[in-house]
Design a protein around this ligand. Structure first.
Ligand code: ME8
Length: 510
């Protein structure tokens, strides 16, 4: 039976090449998508690029290229990055695509039909970098006394005729949503921020632009294009088949999870549900605002020159090591810091020295001493059952923490299983048993093979390539969580001499 699970990332502005923050979000969403697939869910996973708006227009102007050419080029880098990082998305959406225009216009029409749009003159502060309007009271003063957005970006005074959305009408329904569904905005710290913002009162939102034309045309209103956030948010329903594919839409919508960064929670937790309420469409089940990645504790910015290219990091240290580091060391939901040293230290400690070494020495031992044939369990002892129980407990804890999006904790639980295996192998010393008690040696090896298989299945959403390599060595077919409870044994499977799956990393020097 199909049990759909629809997960999305934010769609990224292709006004420059992707940076490590974009990679982080895709990797986290990918691990969640893979986890849900292994848990037996029918998963749809969408990521992509958000190509309209003034920010794109201005960047194109600065570079003296056509906006569409800029979008095509940069979007290509994001798609390339997704492939390189092993992102298992079902659709990489671009907001310039025809079905996305159709979905945006249909949503607009539904909101208009609800009587929630009116024409007026907009005057106020706008940040092109954030593509956001701010009220005077939200602005902060910069170093030279200039006005800045609460995100620290420049703002400019804008005045034009635009369509307005009656956001104020949705203040109470939104507060009721947050109250009745505390899980709607997570983590709780972000929920509190949004609660305070909405309790402070909502003003109607300017949702079209007339000063430029790089956007989705407003139906029946020549000269107006949609405010970029209206069409951007709509990407989530475009990908689910809105408005024409009813089967797909009823299967995938509402989304289970919008995974986004903390700077854009307001758009997802206030504007988006309000648009959907107005159009009488179901609301997503959860918006999760992850933290920001900092380079050695510092915010990354072009002017500081500390923006890191994720492709370069992946090519230096490997995709799996990078994925593992980001998901293990950054407490999911909070800001986290990275450095080459931290990546190398973590990957070597957990992957090379612990899990990799466990798999390598067990499989190489079987290859060398048993002609690669995985032995029968032979004479089992209490220690064997105890180890398998510990590994099974670690797997259960992993699944439960991961399900709650406590990803770092989930990985810690998995490491407990790895440590238990390494302690067991040292105590049981199969290399000594080879001469003194080969039957007992067989039992130890069979136990280890079973434990390694289960640990490889569990960590697979995080390090998919390495886990599959280990499982291939073992001739293990099933890779779903259901397999953890089966009676699998690899008795009689012949393994080739393995090569290290997690090579020891050296710090790259600039
Ligand atoms: O905001 N660490 O696009 P974007 C972690 N197009 N995440 C980061 C980050 C960092 N240092 N920097 C950015 C947009 N992000 C809109 C979204 S969705 C309908 C439209 C995250 O390219 C950021 O929080 O500026 C966001 O979730 C994503 O990268 C894309 O950011």
């Amino acid at each position: 039976m199909s049990d759909p699970y629809y997960i999305t990332t934010a769609i990224h502005y292709p006004n420059g090449r992707p940076h490590i923050g974009h990679a982080y979000e895709m990797i986290a969403a990918d691990a969640i998508a893979r986890f849900q697939r292994q848990a037996g869910r029918d998963v749809r996973f969408q990521t992509g690029t958000d190509e309209h708006g003034l920010k794109m227009v201005k960047t194109a102007r600065e570079r003296d290229v056509e906006v569409r050419a800029l979008a095509d080029e940069m979007s290509g880098y994001f798609a390339e990055m997704a492939t390189l990082l092993n992102i298992s998305c079902d659709r990489f959406i671009r907001t310039v695509e025809a079905d996305h225009y159709a979905a945006s216009q249909a949503l607009w029409q539904a909101i208009a039909d609800a009587g929630d749009l009116y024409l007026d003159r907009y005057e106020g502060w706008y940040s092109v970098r954030d593509e956001a309007f701010y009220e005077e009271k939200e602005l902060v003063a910069g170093a030279d006394g200039e006005k800045l957005s609460p995100q620290g970006t420049p703002v400019e005074w804008t005045a034009e005729e635009t369509w307005f959305f009656r956001l104020s009408k949705y203040q109470e329904p939104l507060l009721a949503l947050y109250r009745d569904h505390p899980e709607f905005i997570q983590p709780d710290s972000r929920r509190n921020e949004i609660l305070r913002f909405v309790e402070g009162g909502l003003t109607d939102l300017s949702v079209s632009r007339t000063s430029f034309d790089w956007g989705v045309p407003v139906p029946g209103s020549p000269g107006h294009v949609m405010y970029v956030w209206v069409d951007a948010l709509t990407n989530y329903i475009t990908g689910a088949g809105y408005p024409n594919d009813n089967d797909a839409f009823s299967k995938w919508w509402p989304a289970d999870l919008h995974l986004i960064g903390k700077d854009i929670v307001r758009f997802h937790a206030v504007y988006w549900p309000a648009f959907l309420m107005s159009a009488k469409l179901p609301l997503p089940k959860q918006v999760f605002g992850h933290g920001f990645l900092l380079n050695r504790g510092e915010k990354m910015s072009k002017s500081v020159g500390n923006v890191v290219d994720p492709i370069e990091l992946a090519s230096l240290y490997g995709v799996d090591a990078l994925r593992y580091f980001l998901l293990r060391d950054v407490s999911f939901g909070q800001d986290g810091t990275f450095s080459d040293e931290a990546i190398v230290t973590r990957a070597n400690a957990d992957l090379s020295n612990s899990f990799g070494n466990l798999a390598q020495r067990t499989l190489a031992f079987i290859a060398k001493n048993l002609g690669g044939v995985i032995p029968d369990a032979g004479r089992g002892e209490g220690a064997d059952a105890a180890l398998l129980a510990e590994v099974s407990g670690a797997a259960t804890d992993f699944v439960s923490h991961f399900g709650d999006l406590a990803i770092g904790q989930a990985i810690e639980a998995w490491m407990r299983g790895v440590f238990a295996c390494n302690a067991y192998i040292d105590v049981q010393a199969p290399w000594a048993l080879r001469k003194t008690d080969p039957e007992r040696m067989n039992a130890v090896l069979a136990t280890l093979v079973r434990a390694i298989r289960d640990l490889a299945i569990v960590i697979r959403p995080v390090v998919p390539t390495a886990s599959d390599t280990i499982l291939d060595f073992l001739g293990a077919q099933a890779r779903d969580h259901a397999a953890l409870a089966d009676a699998w044994s690899a008795v009689g499977v012949t393994i080739a001499p393995p090569s290290p799956v997690f090579p020891r990393l050296e710090l790259a020097t600039a």
